[in-house]
Design a binder for this molecule. Structure first.
Ligand code: NAD
Length: 524
């Protein structure tokens, strides 16, 4: 990404991170137009909220048909703008979008339907009460560059189905993919202002969008920006969901299928060149099988083919930028200076002009070095050994993050036991992070990995405000708890509470009689 002035317009250049060629130029959104965009989104939302759910779903179905009809073009743009392999564009980005639309289309009516309530307190039996899931209003969806299409399209359909309009802020470095989203809504004839894509600097546009006043924010990105955004949202008490970083552990127990664990480890560390919030970034292997596991992962890592993601035979593409590559290189250099060994990789790959880093397996690491505690966000696999299950759980939990974790074991019982003890939003046995791509599963972290959940019924409901609506068909001209108060009413109320809650204590028959008397006297 490069920013240049073209006349009065500020243009964002999309650069292919594999070749450094310019893909496209996208106009940045002038800051002074943001208030108008949010105002237009608000007007569009007022109309959209009155559109029946089936019609909202029809729009999402048109988006799905458009993507399916243009699937090769979609995958190409994602790969050229972001660098990931074309298989990953198809598998992780486009699949997640289609799965979300499918989930929302099939389930929104049930999830967002009114929820009738049963009254437990018989004094309120004249009430007909229900929960209604109303649209939040204007939803602001801010997404990162590492899954620029999926992260936008896992949120936008949820917001639209719930009756919201959307102001979408894609990452500047993948502005071309953000523009693809704009184009899809334009091509399918979405109402004007229903989905607006604002392009440019995160901090400036973010502040401007919040200043203009949105009704909720779904942010996917880094911990520091997430914290800043939460502080800004606190000013107006705007609800915010934060999907942030991770330092996810991958734990291989001695009873695991070691061959499968090694295959899974290589994918979990090097998929998307390791630029995944849910990448496995810390590997813990039980002593007895550690040598075999390390031999296997080194062999498999050496066989990965680096290259231009557009080539369907490429296993790993470039990193997004020089800055990201520098972070990875600094983590590796720091580890080696502290006594770690790189069994393969450990340096830049120069087969193409772009930002490539060799997939790197590190051993002799510990929790005092960055590669085991800070988010590396690149193709590294640092491996530590452990001896007992307790030690593995303690190592996994020794972090300020808690997004996802995986345990590799043949024992269901052990997997369940360890899942209970590991502090994370998601724990998977014998696979890693795959549920992030399934719309039916909630996604989100604990500790500094975020707050709230996206995807699933929980993500859909997070796009609403819950309103409780009650109709009272009264039994009398007054209610028991209304004035005037008296000692007799007090004793009657006490009897009612005893009858309802002090089961087995005192004389229930007396309490029932006193309660009935109170009803007859005060509800005449
Ligand atoms: P980032 O925080 O730098 O940027 C994310 C988005 O926020 C971008 O669109 C950016 O322009 C915008 N932004 C930046 N400053 C802003 C501000 N002050 N106000 C409003 N918006 C602002 O993150 P990134 O580098 O694009 O993405 C990588 C990070 O995202 C990693 O930490 C990764 O772990 C995380 N991530 C998390 C998940 C998850 O589901 N938990 C998924 C993908 C990525």
């Amino acid at each position: 990404m490069m920013v240049e002035k073209n006349g009065s317009a500020r243009m964002i250049k999309s650069i292919n991170p594999a070749t450094l060629e310019v893909n496209a130029e996208i106009a940045a959104t002038p800051l002074e137009s943001v208030a108008g965009i949010v105002e237009q989104a608000r007007k569009a939302q007022e109309k959209w909220a009155r559109v029946p759910l089936e019609k909202r779903i029809e729009l999402l179905q048109r988006a799905r048909e458009y993507v399916i009809s243009n699937i090769d073009e979609m995958a190409r743009v994602i790969t050229q703008d972001n660098g990931k392999t074309i298989f990953e564009s198809m598998n992780a980005e486009i699949m997640a979008m289609l799965d979300t639309v499918e989930f929302v289309s099939k389930n929104a009516s049930k999830i967002l339907g009114d929820e009738p309530l049963k009254n437990a307190i018989f004094t309120l039996s004249g009430l007909k009460s229900r929960n209604v899931f109303e649209p939040a209003g204007v939803s602001c969806v801010i997404s990162p560059w590492n899954f620029p299409f999926a992260n936008a399209w896992q949120e936008i359909p949820m917001a639209l189905a719930a009756g919201n309009s959307v102001v979408h802020k894609p990452a500047e470095i993948t502005a071309w993919i953000g523009d693809l989203t704009r184009k899809i809504f334009e091509e399918i004839g979405a109402p004007e202002g229903l989905v607006s894509v604002v392009q440019g600097s995160g901090s400036k546009l973010g502040a401007e969008i919040l200043k203009a006043g949105v009704d909720n924010v779904v942010f996917t990105g880094s911990v520091p920006v997430g914290k800043k955004l939460m502080a800004m949202c606190a000013e107006t008490l705007t609800p915010v969901t934060l999907e942030l970083g991770g330092k996810d552990p991958f734990i291989v127990m001695e009873d695991a299928d070691v061959e499968r664990a090694a295959n899974g480890a290589v994918w979990s560390a090097f998929f998307n060149a390791g630029q995944v919030c849910a990448s496995a970034e810390r590997f813990y292997v039980q002593d007895k099988i550690a040598d075999r596991f390390i031999d296997l992962v080194v062999k498999k890592t050496k066989s990965l083919r680096l290259g231009n993601g557009l080539d369907k035979e490429t296993d790993m593409g470039p990193m997004i930028s020089e800055e990201q590559l520098d972070i990875v290189d600094s983590h590796v250099k720091e580890a080696i200076a502290a006594g770690a060994r790189a069994l393969t990789g450990g340096k830049r790959w120069d087969g193409l002009p772009g930002f490539f880093y060799e997939p790197t397996v590190l051993v002799d690491v510990n929790h005092s070095i960055s590669c085991m505690v800070e988010e590396t966000f690149g193709p590294t696999m640092p491996i530590m050994r452990f001896s007992s299950e307790d030690e593995a759980v303690a190592l996994a939990n020794d972090t300020r993050f808690g997004l996802t974790a995986s345990v590799w074991t043949r024992s269901r019982e052990r997997a369940e036991r360890m899942s209970e003890r590991i502090k994370a939003g998601t724990v998977t046995a014998n696979n890693h992070a795959l549920t992030a791509g399934f719309a039916v599963c909630p996604w989100g972290g604990v500790k500094e990995s975020g707050i709230g959940r996206v995807h699933s019924a929980h993500g859909l409901k997070a796009q609403t405000t819950i309103k409780n609506v009650t109709f009272h068909k009264p039994m009398s001209s007054k209610d028991l708890w209304w004035h005037p108060y008296s000692a007799e009413k007090f004793n009657g109320m006490k009897s009612l509470l005893h009858f309802q809650h002090a089961k087995g204590q005192g004389n229930r028959a007396v309490h029932l009689i006193n309660t009935a008397k109170m009803f007859l006297k005060f509800l005449k």
